[in-house]
Ligand binder design. Structure first.
Ligand code: FE2
Length: 309
């Protein structure tokens, strides 16, 4: 069977759901700096003026707090079909067979459950929006940078995304967290060993260091306690400021994520867990008893359950 390497191009969007939908939609629109691009009853879609992606985040009202769907872009419809074939042959539970998508921007895609029970979508040909570069000082997300999953079996989940989705390993943080890429960005997905399956965090890329700090400051001035940051990680070399959203999910502002200079010759590294690798600058608050459970989040209540949208 053909290889799946290179068929996934990028992280397209992430969907989350929770009961207090209105408060969360307000947070993302005002405080976090996303732009609402579409709305239906009980669901809102958010994008960025700097991203051609139809939307980056969707927030849906549901009795369960859950990760709704994580969507990855594929090269073209043939790539979608190839990935669907690999998933089907591996006996993975499919939610929707390849076909036309009825979410904003349409496109061609399919949905399945990954080994931990998360709903994953792969799509191509989604309608793009006009995008413009952000201006100096404009402290709103430019694009999605990456998503991080908590898994109870990091090796099995990593193997799935490498072997069936064609992602490649960039680095490890000890044996606790692995970083996977689809192109030259150091990671679009990371998988962390956790006590249960859940969303660890969603990361948004800012224009540069200045805009990342201005965004961090906007949250602080607005009375939002920083979970961890500001600082610069070892693996990925990216900056980080972590905050809670109103659902208790962790969101990150980041910038200057490392790029892999030569994908063919890249040798994954293993970073020790120590102060310098966690926070190169030494500016972030100490890792506390608040931060670790924050990243583990609540157990996901939507595993193995299709999303109605
Ligand atoms: Fe991150």
């Amino acid at each position: 069977m053909t290889s799946t390497r290179g068929l996934i191009t990028h992280l397209r969007h992430v969907g989350i759901a929770a009961p207090d939908f209105g408060r969360a939609a307000e947070f993302y629109r005002t405080t976090w700096g996303l732009t609402q691009v579409a709305e239906d009853s009980g669901i809102a879609f958010f994008g960025s003026p700097a991203s051609p992606e139809n939307y980056l985040l969707r927030v849906r009202k549901d009795d369960a707090k859950r990760l709704d769907v994580v969507s990855f872009g594929a090269v073209d419809p043939a790539a979608v079909d190839t990935l669907a074939e690999h998933v089907s042959r591996a006996g993975i539970r499919t939610d929707r067979e390849p076909g036309t998508l009825d979410t904003p921007g349409g496109g061609y895609g399919f949905r399945f459950f990954d080994p931990d029970g998360r709903l994953i979508e792969i799509s191509s040909d989604v309608e793009e929006r006009d995008a413009r570069p952000l201006e100096r000082g404009e402290s709103i997300p430019r694009k999605l940078s990456h998503v991080v999953f908590n898994s109870t079996d990091v090796l099995a989940t990593k193997a799935f995304y490498e072997q069936l989705m064609g992602l490649r390993l960039s680095d490890w943080l000890a044996d606790q967290m692995c970083f996977l890429r689809s192109g030259t960005d150091h990671h679009i997905l990371a998988i962390a060993q956790g006590p249960h399956v859940s969303l660890n965090h969603i990361s948004y890329e800012m224009r540069g260091i200045d805009e990342y700090m201005r965004g961090t400051g906007r949250l602080l001035r607005g009375g939002h306690d920083i979970v961890w940051g500001p600082g610069r990680h070892g693996p990925g070399d990216n900056t980080f400021s972590y905050f809670f959203d109103p659902f208790g999910n962790v969101m990150e502002y980041t910038t200057e994520l490392e790029t892999i200079p030569d994908e063919e010759t890249w040798e994954p590294r293993v970073f020790e867990i120590n102060a310098e690798n966690s926070d190169q600058w030494g500016t972030a608050n100490p890792i506390t008893e608040v931060m670790i459970p924050a990243q583990f989040n609540d157990p996901d209540q939507g595993l193995w359950t299709p999303s109605p949208v």
